[in-house]
Design a protein around this ligand. Structure first.
Ligand code: HEM
Length: 143
């Protein structure tokens, strides 16, 4: 992540925050349209709460972009919990696509190619830490 990319992400997130719930609604709608097979994973989920938690988590990540290494233990724990939710590594591609689509839809022309690449890079870092941590759970022998 370059300092310019971090600035681009922060600038776009400032514009998303006032429309956080709308953006989260757009995101889950798009996610379930792209891959209806992930919907049952959320069958017991309070989606109103989930939308808030997702946006709060992204706010923390955006604030910490210049010190992402400090977030690694928490992101690994998040990844391990996702293994328990039945999430598969391939689902991260779908979630990434839904996130980029949401930003594009919410921000319009402000979300230009550089902003898109910055977000894709940041998401890719998070996703790979989570996927690695999920794989460790799956490989661990049953206690
Ligand atoms: C960078 C990527 C992601 C982030 C930051 C993220 C964030 C979160 C957070 C903060 C929670 C709240 C519960 C907890 O802290 O354990 C959560 C729950 C959940 N996430 Fe994710 N997530 C990501 C990717 C995914 C993917 C790829 C899927 C698969 C479709 C997914 C499906 C779920 C499900 C099913 C829950 C459980 C909801 C419940 O508690 O009922 N997430 N996620």
């Amino acid at each position: 992540m370059t300092p310019t990319q971090i600035e681009l992400i922060r600038a776009s997130w400032t514009k998303v925050e006032p429309i956080a719930d709308t953006a989260a609604n757009l995101f889950y709608g798009r996610l379930f349209a792209l891959d209806p097979s992930v919907r049952p994973m959320f069958s017991h989920t309070d989606m109103e709460k989930q939308r808030k938690v997702l946006m709060q988590t992204l706010t923390v990540v955006v604030k910490s972009l210049d010190k992402l290494e400090q977030l690694v233990p928490a992101v690994q724990a998040l990844g391990r919990r996702h293994a328990g939710y039945g999430v598969r590594a391939k689902d991260f591609d779908t979630v990434g696509a839904a996130l980029l689509w949401t930003l594009e839809t919410g921000l319009g022309p402000d979300f230009d190619a550089d902003a898109r690449e910055a977000w894709a890079t940041a998401y890719g870092v998070l996703a790979s830490v989570m996927i690695d941590a999920m794989a460790e759970v799956e490989e661990a022998p049953a206690a």
